[in-house]
Design a protein around this ligand. Structure first.
Ligand SMILES: Cc1ncc(COP(=O)(O)O)c(C=O)c1O
Length: 366
């Protein structure tokens, strides 16, 4: 184990007697199944005690603005929120009038996994486009970018892309720039769902701003939860002129935390000395280890490029259910027998090796 993962797992053993679960058990179901990174827990304890002004007027939220400016440059505006769905709904609402619509990939979290919140809570029509790999392109966007001025059609006024995508793939800075240029030329704004933004930066090896603000993204949902935080995301208005009313919409959308200092303190701990990138790079490395191992196994058929912390593959009939008796993971597309395996900041090499041995064992026993 590396020293970081040792620290993570040693922290497990300090748990008190009320513990109801076995902290040595880790699976591949979701990066949300993992716990909280010990450095984040320390930051929460450090921010505790005494009184601070509520609703974001605290010293940690002020500091977070500075820390985010170090990543994205001056002139941005930060709005910490509770969760990713809230960040997305808030971001999109701020970009659009009541008659606005958003073009997104059909696999986008906003389309598949938010129980219609953008439509129901945000009042926003989603115009979905099927893709092979979760990534939009200018050509794919054009399938739905039409009908401006026609009162019978919800007006396509924004595009939303996910980085990294729900299929584990990653947009290059050039690809984001091409989408932003195309969207802007047609009078549309660009939102990025960055629930796994850190994994993208780790994969691309470039600063965050290179594939966000500098590439033309107007507003960003910046994820913290999947990267070792207890909870919390930040809506970052990279181009504040494109976003209207964020301050009011956050409260209306029930995303204004009274004790905001604890979201901000976590993000500061994540960003200030590189924990965000170390954790994401580790999760990506574990996925790469898994990918390399399964590529050598007859019967496992990877379906997507592994460009972040997830591996997607098709397994022979019955194998997934048998494997799931020992390791948690989800079907991605059950009809195709496609599964998704996610790695986290706390996944170890031993976890991967045990899982790979388990896959081989199940396949050999067929
Ligand atoms: C791409 C993407 N966006 C956003 C989210 C945030 O969701 P939540 O509202 O559960 O925090 C997730 C979580 O699964 C996600 O995968």
């Amino acid at each position: 184990m590396t020293s970081t993962t040792e620290a993570i797992h040693n922290a497990d053993s300090t748990a008190g007697s009320g513990q109801l679960h076995d902290p040595s058990v880790r699976g591949f179901a979701s990066d949300n199944y993992s716990g909280v990174h010990p450095e984040i827990l320390s930051a929460l304890a450090m921010a505790n005690g005494g009184h601070q002004v509520s609703y974001g007027e605290d010293v940690y939220t002020a500091r977070l603005q500075e820390v985010m400016e170090q990543q994205f440059g001056p002139g941005i505006e930060c709005f910490p929120v509770f969760n990713g769905t809230g960040a997305n709904v808030l971001s999109l609402q701020s970009l659009l009038p009541r008659w606005g619509a958003v073009i997104c990939a059909s696999t986008a979290h906003i389309n598949m996994d938010e129980n219609g919140a953008p439509e129901r809570v945000g009042g926003i029509k989603l115009l979905q486009v099927p893709t092979d790999d979760g990534k939009l392109t200018p050509e794919l966007i054009d399938r739905e970018a039409w009908g401006w001025g026609d009162e019978h059609r919800a007006q396509p006024l924004a595009v939303s892309i996910t980085q990294t995508t729900e299929l584990g793939t990653c947009y290059t800075p050039e690809e984001v720039r091409a989408i932003a240029g195309h969207a802007h030329a047609k009078g549309m704004k660009l939102h990025m769902d960055g629930a796994r933004l850190a994994n993208a930066a780790a994969y691309l090896g470039v600063p965050l701003r290179e594939f966000t603000r500098d590439a033309g993204v107007d507003i960003l949902s910046f994820g913290g939860t999947k990267n070792g935080m207890l909870f919390g995301e930040v809506v970052v208005a990279l181009n504040p002129e494109a976003a209207d009313g964020l301050k009011f919409l956050r409260k209306m959308n029930m995303q204004l935390a009274s004790k905001m200092r604890f979201i901000s303190a976590q993000f500061i701990a994540l960003l200030e000395d590189g924990l965000w990138l170390r954790s994401a790079a580790h999760a990506n490395a574990m996925a790469a280890r898994l990918r390399t191992a399964v590529e050598a196994i007859d019967g496992v058929e990877p379906t997507q490029a592994t460009q972040s912390n997830g591996v997607f593959a098709i397994l022979p009939e019955g194998i997934a259910d048998r494997l799931r008796k020992s390791f948690a993971f989800y079907d991605w597309d059950a009809a195709r027998r496609e599964v998704r395996w996610m790695c986290s900041f706390d996944t170890t090499e031993d976890d991967i090796d045990a899982f790979v041995a388990g896959i081989k064992r199940e396949l050999d026993s067929v």
